[in-house]
Structure formats: C-alpha cells, structure tokens
Ligand binder design. Structure first.
Ligand SMILES: Nc1ncnc2c1ncn2[C@@H]1O[C@H](COP(=O)(O)OP(=O)(O)OP(=O)(O)O)[C@@H](O)[C@H]1O
Ligand SMILES: [Mg+2]
Length: 375
C-alpha cells in the first residue's frame, strides 16, 4: 500500500484525509506542533527545517508533498539527491516560494504579468515609484501569505522596516505596478510526473484585506477559460510541476490576464471542488503525486460558491452558531478546520451548489453571518 507524506499539518493536509481514505492509500503528516488541523493523520511532530527529521519522515513514505511552501529548498534538493520522491520537486517549488524567482521565470516564458522590478535600495524603489506610481505594490519575495508581506505604498519610507532587513527576504524586495484589475481569478491544474495534466474551470476569487473571502466556480464569463488554461499549462509544463498548482491572476477590463502568483499545492481557490467537481483538488493532488491517472475535473452542477470562515476574535465560537446555520441552510456544506481561533485566521469554509451564482453567493454570505453570530 502506498503512503503519501505531507509536510505541514494545516487544513490542506486535513482535507487530503478523506481523499486518501477513498483512494485506499495511507497519509502521513509531519506537523510542526501538537494539535494541528490535520491531527488525525499526524505521524511526526517536529521541525521541518531540520534535515535529519525530514530524512526520518521520508524513510516511511513513498512520496513527499506539502501543505505549505516553507521547507527550505536546499533541504529538499538534498532529499531528492538521496533518492526521495519530492513532488513538486524543489526546482519547480522554488517559483512558489520566491516571488522574484517566479517573476524572472514568467518573463523568460513570455507570460503576461504586471510590470515589476527587483529592489535592493530605497533609491531603486523611488525610481520605480517615479515610473509606475503614485501607488505601487511592494512584496517580500519569501515567507508571505494571506496578504502578509504585501504593501501598497507611495514612498520608500513606508517599507523602511523591510529595506533595513533585506537579508531576511533573500537580499531584495519585489516591486510591482498596482494593477487596476476588474476582478481576480485563479486557475487550478494538476500534473503528474509522466506529464498528464488536467485543469479545473477558471474561478473568480474575491479577496478582502488581501485574504481570499469567496470563490465562484466557474468564473462567470466563459471567454477567459481558454487563455487562462493556456497560461496555466505553459507554467505547469515550463516548470515541471507535479501535483496541484494554482495560478492566481488579475483580470483586466479589456479581458486580458496577468499572472499574480503561484501556489504548488491544493489552494483555497480550489476548495469548491470537494463538492463542486467530479474530482476534488485533494484527491487529484494525491493521484498526481503518486503518478496515478487523473480524474475528471468537470463541475457536478452549474456553479459552486465557496465562502471562507475567518476568525472573528480569539474564541472558537463558530460551533455555538453552527447548528442555527445548518438548520436555516440545509443545502450548504460545512467545513471547520479545528484550528485555534485568531482574528482573520482561516478557520473553515462553506460551499453551496446551484445554478445562479449570485443567489449562491448571497446564501453563502448569509450562512456565514449566522456562524459569525451576526444575524
Ligand atoms: N500588483 C498588484 N496590484 C494590485 N493588487 C495586488 C497586486 N499584488 C497583489 N495584490 C492584491 O493583494 C492580494 C495578495 O497578494 P499576493 O497574492 O501576492 O499575496 P500573498 O500574501 O502571497 O497571497 P495569498 O493570500 O494568496 O497567500 C492579491 O490577491 C491582490 O488582491
Ligand atoms: Mg495570493
């Protein structure tokens, strides 16, 4: 029987559990602390930046994959050199770990992206603001998530704390033009080592404060599906991605697309697929990293809308209101991740299927308000 080893015990590892059970494979999770979201599948608790511990974990699994992108590339290169199957491999994963490496690679592949520059001094940043300002976006190339590590600024002084600590971000910052987008979108794809790749329909993502708030699948305008899938296949093949990859994109008013960033693992924009697709992103990820044939990615119904549940304070109060929301909205699917509550933290999500995406969004938001105790 095959075993997939996941580094990281967050909600993504958690949601791989039912898929592993259905496929009849073992899941082993290397969590960084006790009581993680994926606690039911944890086989090791420790430090994922320690090569000896990674080696120990790798011994008992057929393939290593990820719940997050924070394992240092050098360690993954070392494991790979020792014969461990690492999927995605470090040569591909680096593009999801480091936004500057990604920008350079996308430029090389000739794919559309915002104007950008590598910044190593306040002068360089002021120069970029002079050309693309008054407002521009500065990002830390590594370590950012959920909008942390992204700032909209109009002067170098607003990121002086980052500019003074360049070493902790790999020596430079990423500056991007502030894109005046119509909406944001994400395209998911799964690719297996033998080369087979399948995309899901393009989805619309709605962020609030830099964090994903809602997802509408498929993206309501179908004219974007082909160009988005083309870009995504080019990246997956160009980088040799294995497993699931999400390509976050900006949709401009003229219908063109720019690549924002990449994630090489199941992604928040794909949670809709648990109920909404014939094959969920979690099952497909397991299939892909084991080099098994990929499942059909068609929608099960018309639309699926996913609504994130974010921590409203530091109390795990969602369970109190859960039954009320369930009673009022019996067609909504509920997912709670068993994480310790913190303001703004991703605590769970809801999915609702149907034919009218606007109505679904309204239903999802109302159910969320009940869980937040607002209604
Ligand atoms: N160049 C840009 N122009 C306009 N808005 C941007 C730009 N870059 C990022 N944003 C906004 O900030 C959000 C977060 O940026 P990004 O995806 O790079 O950060 P992250 O913290 O790595 O994201 P995630 O939440 O996906 O982990 C984007 O979804 C978008 O709403
Ligand atoms: Mg993002």
């Amino acid at each position: 029987m095959q075993t997939v080893g996941v580094i990281g015990g967050g909600q993504l590892a958690r949601m791989m559990q039912p898929a592993a059970i259905a496929l009849g494979i073992n899941l082993a999770v290397f969590a960084e602390s006790e009581g993680s979201s994926a606690h039911g599948a944890v086989t090791k608790v420790g430090d994922y930046t320690d090569l000896a511990q990674l080696r120990e974990f790798a011994k008992d699994v057929d393939v290593i994959t990820f719940d997050h992108e924070h394992v240092p590339t050098e360690l993954l290169r070392q494991l790979e050199a020792e014969g461990v199957n690492v999927r995605p491999g470090p040569a591909a994963l680096i593009h999801a770990q480091n936004k500057l490496v990604m920008r350079k690679k996308l430029a090389e592949l000739g794919l559309p992206q915002p104007n950008w520059a590598e910044i190593t001094s306040p002068q360089e940043l002021e120069q970029f603001i002079g050309i693309h300002g008054p407002k521009i976006v500065v990002k830390t190339p590594i370590g950012g998530y959920d909008g942390k590590g992204v700032r909209v600024v109009s002067s170098a002084a607003e990121v002086s704390d980052w500019l003074e600590n360049l070493e902790s971000f790999g020596g430079s910052l990423l500056a991007e033009q502030k894109v005046d987008f119509l909406s944001e979108a994400a395209q998911l794809i799964a690719r297996r080592p033998s080369g087979e790749a399948k995309t899901w329909p393009l989805v619309q993502t709605i962020q609030s404060g830099g964090v994903c708030s809602e997802v509408i699948a498929p993206y309501p305008s179908l004219s974007l599906s082909e160009p988005a899938a083309d870009i995504t296949h080019s990246i997956a093949n160009g980088l040799g991605v294995t497993g699931v990859m999400a390509v976050e994109m900006f949709v401009l008013a003229d219908g063109s697309l720019l690549v924002n960033e990449l994630a090489m693992r199941p992604h928040n924009s794909g949670h809709f697929s648990i109920e909404g697709s014939n094959t969920s992103q979690f099952e497909q990820h397991l299939r892909a990293v084991l080099d098994l044939p990929l499942g059909d990615t068609g929608m099960r119904g018309g639309f699926a809308v996913m609504v994130n549940l974010l921590g409203v304070d530091d109390k795990n109060s969602f369970y109190e209101h859960y039954p009320t929301a369930m009673a009022r909205y019996p067609s909504v699917s509920f997912h709670l991740y068993q994480k310790t509550a913190r303001l703004g933290r991703k605590m769970g999500h809801l999915t609702v299927l149907g034919s009218n995406h606007e109505e679904l969004l309204e239903t999802g938001r109302k159910a969320r308000s009940l869980i937040y105790g607002e209604a």
